[in-house]
Design a protein. Structure first.
Length: 446
């Protein structure tokens, strides 16, 4: 690779020859001087060229200077190029206090003169041209935040001796139920399913004696939802641990994980997030508040909202209402909703012997559910009965039930949507804004 200076490195360099590469963000072609704003993955810099125009009286002009002026006059927004010239520090320059006097431009690939999207284009239009939309500084920051968030989570787990696994995404049978599954033609007229969750394989790792595992990987849901928080393909953050006493052990691990990850984001990107998103990254205090579901419903009702659902769960507005209560009462952005009835939980959630309620929770972040966590039922005879109660045929679950026929430790874990966390952390209205390439019921491209 040729020597290249990143824009963020320019302020620390001394005045003198320099070469930068990136794409053209704007061109100001004035009569006596030309300005080009060049952006790379780390920032933007002003390039300047004293314009040389053809003399009206026919006086011979410097051919190279004329050619450079003409080249800049015809630059299109989005053109990728390398600029060489003289770096000069000048506090009068608003963009970083430096500028580069151009001596030469080498165009890598010119852009068409008309850009298909603008700053005020609608979300769907921007998604059509996502590769151009991602050039915005805000969007670049989203994925730097995502990188920091994931790295901090992995560091938390690895420092505590967790094992990272990569479970298969092609499955011979459904992971949880026959609903919301994508079918894939497989060999010899077989049908495979895209995994909607690594749930069964996370539990298999506990039976295999791994103890503590995590995975950050794709998951798929054939859900025809068109809400701001649903996708047909998403990145799922999962963890599972053995030898727990209850779901509370899982919740404690998750709140520590999130505190660690959000602190890392605040320390590395807090100022830039404030500048570009007008959001203060708040590192959550431990422990997060816990509210049983029945109590949460009473609180929501006391706030004047009647939850229309008949299954006893919270609806999206109910989640927003309980989150508002928690913010007002505890000054906290997170809340665990606990003690769910078995009817609204998966068959593999363990139930409390005294209350009959599941040892599970949902975690809300700024009024939106980001996680379901639970202690799993590890006794095969109980699992079979609970599967039957859900109308599932145990024979279709044999490969899963076999895990528990040869011994299993008490265990539990959670699954969390990465895009939802990013959306809420950055105060965005849709996961499409924080997903690299969104997939939904009507979007398969780009």
């Amino acid at each position: 690779m040729s020597e290249r200076t990143l824009v963020q490195q320019l302020q620390s360099r001394e005045d003198g020859p320099v070469s930068v590469s990136g794409w053209v963000e704007t061109v100001r072609d004035q009569k006596k001087v030309q300005f080009v704003i060049l952006r790379d993955e780390t920032g933007a810099v002003q390039l300047v060229n004293p314009a040389t125009r053809p003399a009206e009286d026919g006086t011979e002009q410097d051919a190279a200077a004329l050619a450079l002026t003409d080249l800049i006059s015809n630059l299109s927004t989005g053109t990728f190029l390398t600029a060489t010239g003289e770096l000069k520090h000048d506090e009068r320059v608003k963009l970083g206090g430096v500028e580069i006097k151009i001596s030469g431009l080498e165009i890598a690939a010119a852009a068409l003169p008309e850009t298909p999207i603008a700053a005020d284009s609608g979300l769907d239009k921007r998604m059509d041209w996502r590769f151009i939309d991602l050039r915005q500084r805000r969007n670049n920051l989203v994925f730097r935040v995502q990188t920091t968030l994931e790295h901090a989570m992995r560091s938390y787990w690895i420092e505590r001796d967790y094992i990272e696994v990569h479970s298969p995404k092609l499955m011979a049978s459904p992971s949880e139920s026959n609903a919301e599954l994508f079918e894939v033609p497989y060999f010899e007229e077989k049908t495979a399913y895209l995994a909607q969750s690594p749930q069964f394989f996370k539990q298999m790792a506990q039976v295999a004696g791994f103890g503590k595992i995590f995975e950050i990987a794709p998951a798929f849901r054939a859900d025809p939802s068109f809400t701001s928080r649903h996708a047909t393909e998403f990145t799922s953050i999962d963890a599972e641990i053995s030898w727990i006493d209850s779901h509370e052990d899982v919740a404690r691990m998750q709140e520590e994980l999130l505190q660690t990850a959000i602190r890392a984001v605040a320390e590395k990107h807090g100022d830039e997030i404030k500048a570009l998103f007008d959001i203060d990254v708040v590192v959550p205090e431990l422990p997060f508040p816990r509210i049983p579901l029945a109590e949460a419903r009473e609180i929501v009702a006391a706030r004047g909202y009647d939850i229309p659902r008949t299954d006893g769960d919270l609806d999206p507005e109910g989640e927003r209402q309980i989150a508002a209560h928690v913010q007002e009462t505890y000054g906290h952005q997170f809340v665990f909703i606990t003690d769910y009835h078995p009817e609204i939980r998966a068959f593999y959630h363990m139930r409390d012997d005294e209350t009959g309620l599941t040892k599970s929770y949902d975690l809300l972040f700024n009024g939106v559910e980001i996680t379901t966590g639970a202690q799993r039922e590890h006794r095969v005879d109980v699992l079979i009965e609970q599967a039957k109660e859900k109308g599932l045929d145990p024979e279709h679950l044999d490969f899963y039930l076999d895990f528990f026929r040869f011994g299993a430790p008490p265990h539990g874990g959670f699954g969390m949507g990465l895009a939802r966390v990013l959306m809420l952390l950055l105060g965005q209205d849709s996961i499409r804004e924080v997903t690299y390439l969104f997939r939904g019921p009507t979007r398969l491209a780009p």
